[in-house]
Design a protein around this ligand. Sequence first.
Ligand SMILES: Cc1cc2nc3c(=O)[nH]c(=O)nc-3n(C[C@H](O)[C@H](O)[C@H](O)COP(=O)(O)OP(=O)(O)OC[C@H]3O[C@@H](n4cnc5c(N)ncnc54)[C@H](O)[C@@H]3O)c2cc1C
Length: 388
Amino acid sequence: MSIAVESPGLSETQRQIVELARDFARTRIEPFAAEWDRTRHFPRDVIAELGKLGFLGMCTPEEWDGMGVDGVTYLLALEEIAAADAAIAVSMSIQNAIPTRMLVKHGTPAQKERWLRPLARGELLVGFALSEPEAGSDPASMQAQAVRDGSGWVLNGLKAWATNGGTADLMMIMVRTDTPGDRRGAKGISTFIVPTDTPGYRAGKPEDKMGLRASNTATVALEELRLGPEQLLGDEGMGFVYAMEGLDAGRLGIAIQAVAIARRALELSLAYCAERRQFDRPLQDFQAVQFKLADMATRIEAARALAHLAATRRDRGERVAVSASMAKLFASETAMWVTTQAVQLFGGYGYMRDFPVEKLFRDAKVTEIYEGTSEVQRIVIARSLSGR
Ligand SMILES: Cc1cc2nc3c(=O)[nH]c(=O)nc-3n(C[C@H](O)[C@H](O)[C@H](O)COP(=O)(O)OP(=O)(O)OC[C@H]3O[C@@H](n4cnc5c(N)ncnc54)[C@H](O)[C@@H]3O)c2cc1C
């Protein structure tokens, strides 16, 4: 049995897309991932190549130069890229999910015309800034503020940990548009489309992270940043709702990123256990090792199935906030558990930077944190059980 997705169950289109993604991942990403991780190098050229192949606009409708494929097909491609390097996959996931979906659903014809095509083709790189230093799990408590200025707006505040904050061409930024005297909670937040060369947009130095080190993560300061009325996305006060809608798709991307990290850890573990000998036999001959590998494979299969199920439901037009939370929760905890087992199977070598399971272990951790921590996913699931 293959740990990667096998061809027989795939449509012809899916098979071709998986092959293209797998080939690109193995030739243009995997050989360089350890070096990018070590030097914290963000390979913008490789991201641009992903765009040329169509992988940055996979769910964008064809009329906007996207591939227009279904959610499962997108996840299949993302898994191949993430198995080679989760740090590259996070840019692919963001570009395909929250900001693009917000534009497709809520953008004006002029906003779509201006932004969707270059985003789908990967000519522009996008990010989204919801979190703030004091507002992570509870983003509705954000403080960054937009104030009306004639027909436009002036933004001030600080956004935290924005993926691509220092490398994106365009950011979707959520800030308050209610007033200090009339706070409206989540209904007082709006989304703005902000080119990063706008005066007043200032990205901090790239964060020095545990994992995903090739991905740019930065604090973004908004300093008297002036925007025109055409830069408001959708309706004033609806930005938080749009962000939460987009998070469903985003969380499925993170779920598959986690599946891919775990899958790679298992692939490497299988090869190592066949080769490494102790007590005069390969590790794979010990039943305790076989059981560990069996549990790793089972959890990966279950995590992938949950993500694909949620994507299928989403494509059918169902609400998937809870399914997406379940998939992300289970897959991210699977990634952490599987990579922990992989390091254990590699023994002392597993603890060394020269061996790739060490990177997978570090990369896995963030999947339990971003786009909602595991605790936040459990809150979403528990609320649905109690009907709240
Ligand atoms: C590499 C990286 C990339 C990121 N990229 C982006 C991005 O592109 N855009 C963006 O907007 N944000 C981004 N983030 C931010 C990320 O989404 C937040 O870090 C995350 O939502 C958690 O918020 P916090 O760090 O403030 O933790 P906190 O909210 O302070 O939580 C701390 C701990 O308390 C727990 N906790 C909080 N509330 C509760 C509760 N009610 N019940 C139980 N436990 C609770 C949490 O689960 C967590 O364990 C990124 C973060 C990282 C690390």
